[in-house]
Design a protein around this ligand. Structure first.
Ligand code: TRP
Length: 342
């Protein structure tokens, strides 16, 4: 494989659940953009992972995958500098998932904290399925298929990554050292709050999307929670605990941040005016991204070409890995084991 920067491979993925919000951007994708020039980066639209919870309603998955990729490109992922691909277009993910499922004890999967939490939280769906339990095994296949050294993820993925490392050790112990042990690269950004101060999340309906129009941004900002201890306009505010200020820190230029911080503490600016100011800062920050995503989605053929090309490149590496895996597991039938597909 040519073009390996510093010899280190990065793999990350995101479930194909549609347009991304500021929490996805600051919590993950911005970091993906920054890593492009330092590693040999592979980014996966995990459409099969979306099926683990949305299996009963698959109609939106393809459109969601395309919207997500349009957002990724709009915020700065560059198909010339990284490999962007669709999980289901590289069927080797399924083969490696199957092989890894043979060596993964049920107890390891049942212990993953997100497993029980999700079953509790998504009560409306029956998640007592084989595929849902195996979510982290599929994720491990995503990582190992590219023999990745580093996996940029948020803290919420720590338990999945730990499990991936355990499965890797088990594979290498049984069949020989095929895979490097993947290490998490935790994203150095703080949690992005939502409009209501809880973590920004699609399922809480408290998100600001990259695709939001100026009108939507103004409407959302006007409904934002602010410093709860600032009751009257004349009360001094506390930027360090105010939800609004958390957003200024992310998107406003330093001089605006300094002014808001000072005026808020002195009760010179009120929350309503601050919301208006923040809306304009967000609009300035997001408009170029939104325009780029619109242009990309208006030209689907080009978007599909980018994904086809990325998936082809991903598949080349995936096939090399599977040759090594089959050989390590004595499934290569004496070197003739590419079967009919080779
Ligand atoms: N499980 C990850 C999430 O929910 C998405 C994901 C799928 C992923 N495959 C991956 C992350 C491989 C890192 C590596 O965000």
């Amino acid at each position: 494989m040519s073009g390996t920067k510093k010899g280190n491979v990065v793999l990350s993925g995101m479930r194909a659940t549609g347009r991304i919000h500021l929490g996805n951007y600051f919590g993950a994708i911005k970091n993906w953009v920054d890593l492009q020039d330092h590693y040999d980066c592979h980014y996966c639209v995990a459409d099969w992972h979306a099926l683990t919870t949305d299996y009963a309603d698959t109609g939106d998955i393809a459109a969601n995958a395309l919207e997500a990729v349009a957002d990724w490109l709009a915020v700065g992922l560059d198909p010339e500098r990284c490999v962007i691909f669709v999980q289901s277009w590289v069927p080797e993910h399924a083969e490696l998932h199957l092989l890894l499922s043979m060596i993964t004890p049920l107890g390891w999967l049942e212990r993953v904290p997100t497993y029980k939490e999700q079953i509790q939280q998504l009560k409306k769906r029956d998640l007592s399925n084989y595929g849902f339990l195996g979510y982290p095994v599929l994720q491990t296949a995503d990582i190992l298929l590219y023999r990745a050294h580093f996996v940029p993820v948020g803290e919420d993925q720590a338990s999945h990554l730990e499990l991936s490392r355990e499965i890797t050790r088990r594979f290498n112990g049984l069949y020989g050292p095929v895979f490097p042990e993947p290490k998490a690269l935790f994203t150095p950004t703080p949690k992005v709050p939502g409009l209501d101060g809880r973590k920004m999340s699609k399922s809480y309906a408290n998100a600001i999307d990259i695709a939001d129009t100026p009108e939507e941004i103004r409407r959302k900002c006007s409904s934002m929670f602010t410093d709860p201890t600032r009751i009257r306009r004349s009360d001094p505010g506390h930027p360090e605990t105010c939800n609004l200020f958390a957003f200024h820190r992310l998107v406003s230029p330093p001089d605006v941040q300094e002014r808001v911080e000072r005026e808020c503490r002195l009760a010179q600016i009120g929350c309503v005016d601050d919301k208006k100011l923040l809306a304009e800062q967000l609009i300035e920050f997001l408009t170029p991204m939104r325009e780029r995503r619109e242009a990309l989605l208006a030209n689907r053929d080009e978007l599909m070409d980018i994904l086809r090309d990325g998936s082809k490149r991903a598949r080349e590496r995936a096939r090399e890995t599977m040759d090594e895996v089959r050989s390590a597991m004595s499934l290569d039938y004496g070197g003739n084991g590419k079967g009919l597909s080779g």
